[in-house]
Design a protein around this ligand. Structure first.
Ligand code: ADP
Ligand code: NI
Length: 218
């Protein structure tokens, strides 16, 4: 199979898997992550097939989106095998998709990613900030029946993955302080850091305006 045929098959597979999502991880998210990864790739010498494949597949077996991630990882393995990718390539891609999530970075020993993995992680994180990031947080919060805002509930300072995924006492606005405003400082590549700056400022402006409007006595 040629490189183009492999990428096309991976894209079609990812679209089939993600098209039913209604939490902000639909095909439009995947396509933006791939586009950003390609942009960063122009500045970095990472393996293009590994990077693009991992970008397309990064949410397919996400444990917050599917009930049996291990089964889906096996399915992805078989699928990539059928496209004649080598075992090393398949292992590299699955290592990235398994480890790039923000929730993994909350563990005591966060996994180290290859340059390809860092690029996909940056691309995914860039889609979680700025105007699109604000929209996705609200969309995700709505899909999970989160409270919009409650000044009495303070953002959590330290949390493990389980606490991070527990939305009982979570608000959409607190999610900005618990995750989204931290992402700019966590970008791996200079290209992503640069793109993140204005998106970060946009979120700060949004939060200022939101709180002004909330607090009508101000
Ligand atoms: P990752 O895939 O890196 O672990 P998350 O699962 O934390 O990322 O988030 C994926 C998307 O869902 C992001 O756009 C994020 O802002 C949104 N999201 C995750 N948790 C919340 C939350 N508690 N409230 C609102 N949005 C959230
Ligand atoms: Ni994603």
């Amino acid at each position: 199979m040629t490189y183009e045929e492999q990428i096309k098959a991976i894209r079609d597979y990812s679209y089939r898997k993600m098209s039913g999502d209604s939490t902000g991880h639909n095909c439009d998210h995947i396509e933006r992550v791939v586009k950003t990864a390609k942009k960063i790739l122009q500045q970095e010498s990472a393996d293009s097939l590994i990077t693009i494949a991992a970008a397309y597949l990064h949410d397919v077996a996400d444990d917050k989106l599917v009930t049996d991630p291990a089964q889906l990882e096996n399915e992805i393995k078989d699928f990539l095998n059928s496209l004649e990718l080598s075992k090393t390539q398949i292992d590299e891609i699955l290592y990235i998709t398994h480890n790039l999530s923000f929730s993994k970075s909350l563990s005591e020993n966060p996994p180290r990613l290859s340059l390809a993995g860092q690029i996909v992680q940056d691309s995914d994180r860039l889609d979680a900030i700025g105007a699109i990031g604000i929209t996705r947080a609200i969309y995700y919060g709505g899909a999970n029946s989160e409270t919009i805002y409650d000044p009495k509930i303070k953002p959590r300072q330290k949390m493990n993955k389980k606490e991070y995924r527990n939305l009982d006492n979570e608000t959409i606005i607190n999610h900005f302080y618990e995750k989204l405003l931290k992402l700019t400082g966590m970008m791996n590549t200079p290209t992503a850091k640069k793109i993140a700056e204005s998106r970060h400022q946009y979120m700060l402006d949004f939060l200022d305006e939101f709180k002004n409007e909330w607090d009508t006595e101000k």
